[in-house]
Design a protein around this ligand. Structure first.
Ligand SMILES: [Zn+2]
Length: 276
């Protein structure tokens, strides 16, 4: 949601279109530099949360972060970048930071995953305990890790199932990474695999997006709900599945033509039970 005038306004703007959960950027996701969070900024943000009653707030970290960057300086910069993000979240009172974690950039999957484990351990050791890192499932574009459930499980295991590690599941990303969701059968198969490899007890956030590209294409292009390759059935399964109850479900779909308002209304209309 638009944050002009302060991050609290994202929450207020979310409330206007009926959001019960909001994802924010605490600084520009395309830049390393960020402004410190002042007491006034934090106070306004917390005021917006209490005014609106929206308590499910998730932050998304910078797209530049690569926790297994082969270049030493880039890796240090990435560790400092996510630490800064976590510190800003702690100040705002935000519990969850979603991160794409990293791309192996030609080192190979194994070295990349080991690098992610090592950097994440340092980040967890050096940041406030109130914030959980939610590793996002990715599309697997280029050398991006975290496109396979096994890769997420590797990092969880490598960190001994750290209590401040969770998962953000993006429906568009898992679909283009090769996990089908379109029919009741394939939806169940995908989430049985998720349960046995990762476990629903680690799920903290869902990114609910349709996909402009096909199953297994590894191309990350979000579409409005029901208008992409995944189609509406899958989203009906999702919003009525008790395994996703109490998990913030966020849309990151195209905003043109009131895309968010329409997608949100559509998701509510697909819910068979009453709100709440
Ligand atoms: Zn996402």
């Amino acid at each position: 949601m638009p944050a002009a005038g302060g991050l609290g306004n994202s929450i207020r703007n979310g409330k206007k279109i009926g959001c019960t959960a909001v994802q924010v950027f605490t600084s520009s996701p395309q830049q390393w530099k960020s402004k410190p969070v002042t007491d006034e900024m934090a106070a306004d943000f917390k005021a917006a949360c209490s005014e609106t009653g929206i308590s499910e707030i998730v932050s998304h970290d910078s797209y530049l972060i690569n926790l297994c960057a082969p270049d030493h300086d880039k890796r240090v910069q990435s560790i400092e970048g996510i630490k800064g993000e976590i510190e800003r979240c702690a100040k705002y009172g935000i519990r969850y930071v979603v991160s794409h974690m990293g791309s192996h950039m030609g080192q190979g999957e194994q070295l990349g995953l080991e690098g992610v484990v090592e950097s994440t351990r340092q980040v967890l050791d050096e940041t406030p305990e109130s914030v959980t890192i939610c590793m996002e499932t990715t599309a697997g574009q280029g050398s991006a890790l975290m496109a396979k459930f096994e890769q997420l499980a590797f990092v969880l295991d490598g960190l001994g199932g750290h209590p401040r590690l969770g998962i953000c599941l993006d429906t568009c990303h898992v679909f283009v990474a090769g996990y089908d969701l379109r029919t009741e059968d394939t939806f169940q198969q995908t989430f049985e695999a998720f349960e046995s490899i990762i476990g629903f007890d680690r799920l903290r956030v869902v990114h609910c997006n349709d996909s402009k590209k096909g199953l297994g294409s590894k191309v990350d292009r979000h579409a409005n709900i029901g208008q992409g390759e995944i189609g509406p059935d899958s989203f009906r399964f999702l919003v009525n599945d008790s395994r996703f109850e109490r998990i913030p479900i966020l849309i990151e779909t195209p905003t043109e033509n009131e895309g968010h308002e329409k997608d949100l209304a559509l998701l509510w209309s697909l819910c068979q039970s009453t709100r709440g």
